[in-house]
Design a protein around this ligand. Structure first.
Ligand code: ADP
Length: 781
């Protein structure tokens, strides 16, 4: 910290000197710094001067002079670390320094925010500084919430010196870039440096949901309803088991044989019944891992998912690989179209594409180990500008949920009487609604944060610091905007945060506490928990349940008193760490799965890029064709097969030389030569149709790309389904990642052969349509 502080002081000093510059002179700094970079200076060489320049520009344009602590944070970000800066410390302004510095090179610098609202706000507000200094700023998200009229000028956006965007916008653009057929349809040219705002939310909380581009519907299956019926014949504990944390469910060998009986089949686990098995697993999951009104709601005959973190409805979002349809079958609503995953990537791997990433958040230290081990990011805690004087009170533990809720409301009344604002954080939407009803019954005016638009949430959050203001919110809602206290509220003791249950990790609890006590303001936080809370029932040892029952049935025990026994106090902490560990290993597994997919994805994307740019595609086509033929020759059994192969892949109208073929097809070297010769002849016929070499090259390129894409889409989809299946086989010595890897590898090899075959077939048998404007269009068979 010492080294950062020293450097930061120098920067502050230099910024003060720059105050004497005229606007013109200050703006000229950009050109001069850029020149220095051109002349071989490194970013570190110009660090002090450029940070000082932004500091002074921040002061002139925004009226905000960065604090020393913000400069320290900015130095930490430049080096590619995570800067832990508490809420209200001013992360937005902090980022201006590293963004300007890296933006000087102009080679792909990003600020990734948690939601489009923040990206828009900051590109507009903070963007003024960079624009004033002569840098270009791009906004990577559509201009308003309407995704339909996406009119973004992608080339212009991604060529900007600094791009403000969200993780999902960037991710989707990246995936679409890799579905393009010509280089000019690829927009993201460079991914160099990124600052990820709320990095814990993106890399940890959202780690389990990869980005998926979905395409044409899969053929609808009628197995969902059937599987739904079948699994209701099964008995829990005998035919299938659920894990104590209710995160996985699996069939036992007994369950498998029962299902085989019901279906009247043998070997359910064989390749032949793979599809049925998959649907049965999906039905089990839908029934035993997903709860109505907690994970999803049913509205107007559709299943709408709820956001795990904040309980918001997620219309339009669907679980992948058939899980959504399985839930629909469970709820007896009409099955929606099953779409196919066309391209997918996890956020972790998306961010690995950058040369350097860094992150900001109020809470990272509790998970510093995981950041270091998994993402090679160091977490550095930035001192606060003012000392934190918020009081974090010990948890109040009750036996029952009811007693806990009453106690928390009593606390709320006490605080409200002191004319202080209160923020009640709940673990789910249903709890927030319950609190809202109780408050209404008592006649307390309050705001509930469960709006669907981030902009509205941020408005409510801003008002949450007035005296008498009571805000009920779910954990994540309104993240990214801080609560500003009015002067009276400050005098009366500041914001009181009441947590109504401990969340899935200490990190998220800390986020809640951090809502209060910003910039040295007064405040308090207290959590109310009960032995009936989800985190406890799912993760605590068995004796806790027994203890709870004893308390409830003991007439001498006052259920409305908080528990004070030390071992009880530890229960919640322990349960939380069990929960966290299981989440960490879940994320590891997801990463391990995507590592496998990544190798394949990179191979494919590189191959596509080569094809798009290369002027000579013959070698690739020859390899493809030779491989197809040698595969075919090695397994062919009959003359009919030979004829089918020719009709289907080489020539619809094959008649000549049928006789010699019939006599000698069993000789492998004859057959090989024969087929290669036939292909050559056909090729010449097809290629003759093109008037120029350019057109021919274009034709070949399209054939290659389409063949690859068609099969790769199948593979992406298959990998997703595979993930569902293997992570659910839980018996015995079973290693999901290993199985995934083996099967993924096998299907990848198979895919390559399918691609080769398609290349052959598409080259020789596609229909070429000449369009009015002279271009050609291909219709593939
Ligand atoms: P964080 O994201 O760290 O919680 P924000 O970036 O939202 O914080 O900033 C919190 C508030 O502090 C904003 O209203 C911002 O304008 C203000 N602020 C930030 N830096 C400064 C500064 N150096 N001087 C005065 N106000 C500041």
């Amino acid at each position: 910290m010492h080294k950062y502080r020293k450097l930061a002081k120098k920067i502050k000093q230099r910024a003060q000197e720059l105050q004497t510059m005229t606007d013109q002179e200050l703006k000229r700094q950009t050109t001069e710094l850029r020149d220095q970079l051109k002349n071989g200076k490194s970013l570190d060489d110009i660090l002090i001067e450029s940070y000082a320049t932004v500091c002074e520009a921040d002061r002139r344009i925004l009226g905000l002079t960065p604090y020393l602590t913000q400069i320290i944070g900015a130095l930490v970000l430049h080096e590619g670390n995570i800067a832990e800066m508490k809420t209200g410390e001013g992360k937005t302004l902090t980022a201006t320094m590293p963004l300007y510095l890296h933006g000087l090179i102009g080679n792909g610098v990003f600020l990734i925010t948690a939601n489009p609202y923040l990206a828009r706000r900051d590109a507009e507000e903070i963007g003024k500084v960079y624009r004033w200094l002569g840098l270009t700023v791009g906004l990577g998200v559509p201009n308003d919430d309407e995704e339909d009229d996406d009119e973004r000028e992608l080339d212009q956006i991604y060529a900007s010196d600094i791009v403000y965007t969200t993780h999902s916008s960037l991710g989707f653009d990246y995936l679409f870039d890799n579905l393009a057929t010509t280089p000019d349809k690829q927009h993201i040219k460079r991914l160099n440096y990124a600052i990820i705002d709320e990095i814990d939310s993106i890399l940890l909380d959202q780690a389990q949901t990869p980005l998926i581009v979905s395409g044409a519907p899969n053929v609808k299956s009628n197995l969902y309803e059937l599987s739904e019926l079948m699994i209701h014949q099964l008995k829990e504990g005998i035919d299938f088991k659920t894990a104590t944390d209710a995160k996985s469910v699996w069939l036992t060998p007994a369950g498998i044989s029962h299902l085989e009986e019901f279906a009247g089949i043998k070997d359910l686990l064989s390749e032949k019944h793979h599809n049925l098995y998959r649907h049965l697993v999906l039905a089990l999951k839908a029934n035993y891992l997903f709860t109505k009104d907690r994970d999803y709601v049913v509205e107007a005959q559709t299943v709408v998912l709820l956001d795990k973190m904040n309980g918001r409805k997620l219309p339009g979002t669907k679980l992948q690989a058939g899980l959504h349809q399985a839930i629909e079958a469970k709820e007896g609503v009409k099955l929606s179209d099953e779409t196919k995953g066309m391209a997918s990537i996890t956020y972790q791997n998306l961010f690995k594409l950058f040369t350097r990433i860094s992150g900001m958040t109020g809470t990272a230290l509790t998970d510093a180990d995981e950041f270091r081990d998994t993402y090679h990011l160091n977490t550095i805690v930035i001192p606060t500008n003012q000392k934190v004087i918020r009081k974090d009170h010990p948890d109040q533990v009750y036996v029952t949920n009811q007693a806990k809720i009453e106690a928390s409301l009593a606390k709320l009344e006490e605080i409200t009487q002191q004319n202080r604002p209160v923020l009640i954080e709940t673990g789910s939407v249903s709890m927030s609604e319950l609190y809202s009803r109780l408050l209404l019954a008592k006649g307390y005016a309050h705001n509930v944060l469960n709006a669907t638009s981030a902009a509205k949430e941020n408005r409510i959050i801003k008002e949450a610091g007035n005296v008498d203001s009571i805000t009920v919110a779910t954990a994540m809602a309104g993240r990214g905007t801080d609560i500003k206290l009015s002067n009276d509220a400050k005098k009366n003791g500041g914001l009181y945060v009441i947590g109504t249950e401990r969340m899935s990790s200490a990190r998220i609890d800390n986020q809640l506490r951090g809502r209060s006590g910003r910039q040295g303001e007064p405040g308090d936080s207290m959590f109310f928990v009960s032995l009936e809370d989800k985190i406890v029932t799912e993760n605590a040892p068995k004796w806790v349940k027994k203890f709870r029952k004893q308390c409830i049935s003991n007439p001498n025990f006052d259920i409305n008193q908080p528990l004070t026994e030390l071992r009880i106090k530890h229960v919640v902490d322990r349960a939380q760490s069990v929960q966290k560990n299981s989440e960490v290993s879940g994320r590891r597994q997801t990463l391990a799965f995507d590592e496998v997919a990544k190798v394949q994805r990179n191979y494919l994307y590189q191959l596509r890029n080569k094809i798009m740019r290369s002027a000579d595609l013959d070698q690739l086509m020859i390899t493809a064709i030779r491989t197809v033929i040698s595969n075919f020759v090695s397994y062919v059994h009959s003359y009919t097969e030979v004829m089918d192969f020719i009709y289907n892949n080489i020539d619809y109208f094959f008649v000549d030389e049928k006789q010699i073929l019939e006599q000698s097809w069993e000789n492998p070297s004859f057959l090989t030569e024969f087929l290669l010769k036939l292909i050559k002849q056909q090729e010449q016929k097809v290629f003759k149709q093109f008037s120029s070499d350019d057109q021919l090259l274009y034709y070949k390129r399209l054939v290659l790309l389409k063949s690859i894409d068609l099969m790769w889409i199948e593979q992406v989809d298959a990998l997703q389904q595979l993930k569902e299946v293997v992570s659910n086989r839980n018996w015995g010595q079973h290693k999901p990642v290993y199985e995934y890897q083996t099967e993924a590898q096998r299907s990848f090899e198979a895919m390559k052969n399918e691609i080769y075959l398609l290349i052959l077939k598409n080259t020789l048998l596609s229909e070429i349509v000449y369009q009015d404007d002279g271009t050609i269009k291909l219709v593939f068979v």
